[in-house]
Design a protein around this ligand. Sequence first.
Ligand code: SF4
Length: 499
Amino acid sequence: MADTALAHRLSKSRYLAGLQCHKQLWWRVHEPDAPELVPDVALRNRFAQGAEVDQRARGYVPGGELIDLPFYEFDNKVAATRDAIRHDPPVLYQPWFLADETYAGVDILTRGPRGYDVIEVKAANRLKPEHVPDVAVQVHVLRQSGLPVERAEVMHLNPECRHPDLSNLFVREDVTAAVEGVLVGLPDELAAQRRMLEGPLPDVAIGDHCTRPHDCPFLERCWPKLPDHHVSKLYRIERRQLLEYEADGYASMADLPTDLELSAIHARQVRAVRSGVMVVEPSLRAVLAKFSSPLAFLDFETVSLAIPRWPGCRPWQLVPVQFSCHAEERGRGLVHHEWIADGPDDPRLALAQALVEACAGARRVVAYYASFERDCIRHLKAAVPGLERELTRIEQRLVDLLPAIRNHVYHPDFGGSFSIKKTLPALVPGVSYSDLKIADGETATVELLRLMFEGATMPPDERAALRRALLAYCARDSWAMVKMLETLRTLVAEQLELF
Ligand code: SF4
């Protein structure tokens, strides 16, 4: 076989990429070293947790033989599988097959009385539509290899499972009927993908498929860069409305006709963009009255584990493991409290105790997007019932800074977003997240997992530096709220001076 034909062999993951978009598949095959294809820290974490789930799933379908070869040794894995099948094992883990110029690896293959059962393990809490073609391509390749497959299943995590009882960690769903439906058109699609790969880069228009079922890594190559203040940056604009504005030729918010009926937030955005300066509504003054001292400014960081490790937790549950709190304290001014988990043990009791102490003197507890902090506190109440009363008091005192800004202020530099990463530098010039080693929540989550579960084996300097970076990130979040509230109060005071 010619080298190019070998290089253009399909695989399960290539087929799924091609199903989303032929152009994406072409780039994946012809530019395998493209920078867009280097997995980021969040994706690497998902891969690692997915591998752990795969391995754990084998214990629920026991007695199998593992085809244990490196991921990239496709042909060796196919040969080893062929040898293993000869002695008819009841269960195989990670067998690989090649047929119809397509490789397919199977998570778990079991032999029944009339044929084989393909089991695809997913580190998700539910069956998703995109799982069906994933299983279908495996069934196709196995049948083309001569194996009678009679059943197809997706084995996913069970959101009802609670640690420490992991006996029901997985749910197995029969997807045979849905797979049989997909199989009808599958050989034609494989042939179309192979033909396409032999030719030049195909022309594919951008559309909804670029983000469904997954964000395409090549979005920046295909999607035009939008001008500042594009109408799509109108806060939570409905798709239908956006298409109407674009069809009418409006690109920037500033282009919109002055007599257009807009929501209060959109109208404020348009006013700010047209004038080029921040708009502050007089109504902000009444809202700020709720932020009565002494205040505590609170921010949590969480981790999320596919396989729960601490009592009461379900798969992928967000668990608070770090907080930062800047608290106004009588006679001491603003005092910074912080707590971070740095080992694998259940951190919630110690964290809850430190939290109760940090917020003890606060009349109001300020958060940014407070429903997240509320969920964290409720989780702690369930995990640490001995502190339920104290934690309830913190929950009852929560006050949200986000709607105070979103419903009363707009700065053109917000760029259509009210995330703290956008509002902080616009409201408090010179303060942002750009100087931090860890500068976003997703990275913080993954790095917290690394500190907790790998910290003991890290060189001490590296561990200390990671801990410092995580503390600095969380502290910036609570400090950001202190500084933004200061700015808002100044803006209100300046308005009062005008009258
Ligand atoms: S951005 Fe859209 S059109 Fe471009 S390769 Fe990705 S999915 Fe295809």
